[in-house]
Structure formats: structure tokens, C-alpha cells
Design a protein around this ligand. Structure first.
Ligand SMILES: [Zn+2]
Length: 63
């Protein structure tokens, strides 16, 4: 079982790179039993959504 430190690290890396199947499984298993890490994951997704919409509002023609 991975540790919280590893789980939170993967949760933030997930925003920058796709996780491998092995990593996704380890993360899913950890968050299934660890409330704080599950919460952290949700926060990271919220932050990502916010920064994404902010970036889009600022630079709508990036692509
Ligand atoms: Zn944890």
C-alpha cells in the first residue's frame, strides 16, 4: 500500500501527466480507504478547473 505522501504526490502529478494503470490503481486503492487523500484529490481537481477557466478567460485563443 502506498503512503499518503506518495498518494498526494501522484494526485498533483496527475494534473501534469497521465498516470500509468499501475499508478491509477494504487491511487484508487489508497483513496478508497484514506479520506484525507480523497479530499486532497477533490481539491486538486477544483484548483485545476479554476486555473483552467482562468487561463481560458485570459487567453482564449491559445490553440
Ligand atoms: Zn492517504
Amino acid at each position: 500500500m502506498i503512503k499518503c505522501k506518495h498518494a498526494t504526490q501522484m494526485l498533483s502529478e496527475k494534473l501534469d501527466r497521465p498516470l500509468s494503470t499501475k499508478e491509477k490503481m494504487a491511487l484508487a486503492m489508497h483513496t478508497a480507504i484514506c479520506g484525507p487523500c480523497r479530499q486532497f484529490g477533490k481539491q486538486m481537481e477544483t484548483i485545476r478547473e479554476l486555473s483552467k477557466s482562468y487561463a481560458q478567460a485570459k487567453e482564449p485563443e491559445e490553440k
